[in-house]
Design a protein around this ligand. Sequence first.
Ligand SMILES: *Cc1c(COP(=O)(O)O)cnc(C)c1O
Length: 361
Amino acid sequence: MTIEKLARINIQKLMPYQSARRLGGNGNIWLNANEYPQNVPFKITKKNLNRYPEFQPQNVINRYATYTGLKPEQIIMHRGADEGIELLIRTFCCPEKDIILLFTPTYGMYSINAQIIGIKCHSILLNIKNFKLNFHIIEKKLEHVKLIYICNPNNPTAHTFDIDDLKKLLNMVKNQSIVVVDEAYIEFCPKKTLTSWLKNYNHLVILRTLSKAFALAGLRCGFTLAHASIIQLLLKVIPPYPISTLTEDIAKQALSKKNIILMQKRVKKIIHNREWLIKNLKNFLGIRKIFHSDTNYILVKFDNVKKVFLAFKKNGIILRDQAHQPGLQGCLRMTVGTMKECKSIINTLEDFLLKKIELRN
Ligand SMILES: *Cc1c(COP(=O)(O)O)cnc(C)c1O
């Protein structure tokens, strides 16, 4: 018997999440993980690493409560939004019985966590023309569904869902399922947050992170926002010391009034760069579609995606291929970085694709 056979069958069969870091690559322009392009400096002020950290650092929770307009008891802090995804499944889903519902194409970690824990996962395709929810299919698929993951804005499509559709979904599953809205990119379209709905929907859960607009992907810090009774359940399941002293130290600084304003300035700059990039991408033939973006990344559909991907790679620009996602053949996802990085995207395409103007001449 090989030792691998001792692992649970679902782990033996599991294809792990192909994170940007795991995929690796050689390049100097990293636009494949939707990170902020530059380091934002912080000071380490806590020196007592001989002691265990606080279970839930109250000063950070209080600041996040102020930032979101919620009460501290509606917030739990964990290792990135990814741990929140897992905590919810472990808290609410019974193997062999409960089902998780998600809408593809979307972020991969919902189904990976379900597979690891051994929970069945149903994927319903978004309407491929406009990425809207297919309610006539959803209605028929709700039996035994405990958790519904919806990513808003959605990764990798970069779109946000209609407010009315989100309301319809929440009303449809009241007293039956929990709706988890992943708001990892909400700082790029802050008006679209559903935090104000928490008071009306006790089955709504919101995931947040410091990894994207807050420029702290390396810190591994995320939050789940929900009704206090859901937070109480999650607090039973989370490990005893989930947040390192260093994470607490830096998260607290990142959530100061001053640093939130700086974050919002950075967001403005990224949105400016995004609009510049979109405007310039529009000049090329061989680009089938540039999808609308409410985030710090753009989904682009190319005629000859393999060649384009390799051309970028040759120039040291690492993007994220989305060809494996349903309905996204030919699509690459590009993070919006610095202006210099945006320009190198355009420069690469100039060497490679014809411009519309050139054809007319
Ligand atoms: C990046 C990302 C996450 C993970 O965030 P971490 O806080 O770094 O774990 C979660 N959801 C979506 C949609 C993401 O794109």
